[in-house]
Design a protein around this ligand. Structure first.
Ligand code: IYR
Length: 221
């Protein structure tokens, strides 16, 4: 969307009790979200990913440049290629690129260099960050606060997918520059996150984790 001029904001105040119950209901839902590393290969119902990607596209961005693209990978051969390239990087990470403290911090997540979920999950969404954009005459156009903008859009996406009943993982095979080429994207698009999406497998387990309480989260002046 491009803007030209101004228009009145379409906003209606809600009754306080409605505000409270809507916020609380969203909290209950958000508390159920977990990172999923074991997926069913069952397909995702038609249209769900498209709605969620459009929700991600409502995120605010620096100078409204919308510096993002969401590449959806469902082709088994392509998922296999992503897995192979990601595992190659991860083997290097686990066998030396990550320091001792980092490897120890990951112990409770039970992760390793094997990334079966990259093939099992019915879809991989690769969030691409536009470091710059190309104008109509091929000129390079600046983008602003792209890390922040794409981070917010990714948060919207994760929440939307969770709300729709799907499991996700925020996976960051590192480095992940290989994805630009593998997915045939232009060089201004930098891979930001790789999000496997699908139903969690029937036997999916997640680590015991607690979250910070409101008292720890909120500092009152
Ligand atoms: N990218 C590796 C390692 C990893 C790093 C962090 I920080 C995590 O929260 C989880 C994993 C991997 O995906 O295994």
């Amino acid at each position: 969307m491009t803007t030209s001029g101004f228009q009145p904001l379409d906003h209606k105040r809600l009754a306080p009790d409605v505000m409270q119950s809507r916020a609380q209901a969203l909290l209950v839902e958000a508390q159920q979200r977990r990172s999923v590393r074991h997926f069913s290969s069952d397909p995702i119902p038609d249209g769900v990913l498209d709605y969620c990607i459009q929700i991600a596209g409502t995120a605010p961005s620096g100078a409204h440049k919308e510096p993002w693209t969401f590449v959806v990978v469902t082709d088994p051969a392509k998922k296999k290629a992503v897995r192979e390239a990601a595992e190659e990087e991860e083997r290097e990470n686990y066998s030396g690129r990550m320091n001792e403290e980092w490897v120890k911090d990951l112990e409770r997540l039970g992760t390793n260099a094997e990334k079966e979920f990259l093939e099992t999950a019915p879809a991989l969404i690769v969030v691409m960050r536009h470091a710059w954009q190309v104008g109509p005459d091929g000129e390079r156009q600046q983008c602003y606060y792209t890390q922040e903008s794409v981070g917010i859009a990714s948060g919207f996406l994760l929440m939307a997918l969770h709300h729709a009943g799907l499991g996700t993982l925020t996976h960051t095979p590192s480095p992940m520059g290989f994805l630009t080429k593998l997915l045939g994207r232009p060089t201004n698009e930098k891979p930001y996150l790789l999000i496997p999406v699908g139903y969690p497998s029937e036997d999916c387990e997640v680590p015991h984790l607690t979250r910070r309480s409101l008292e720890q989260l909120r500092i009152q002046d």
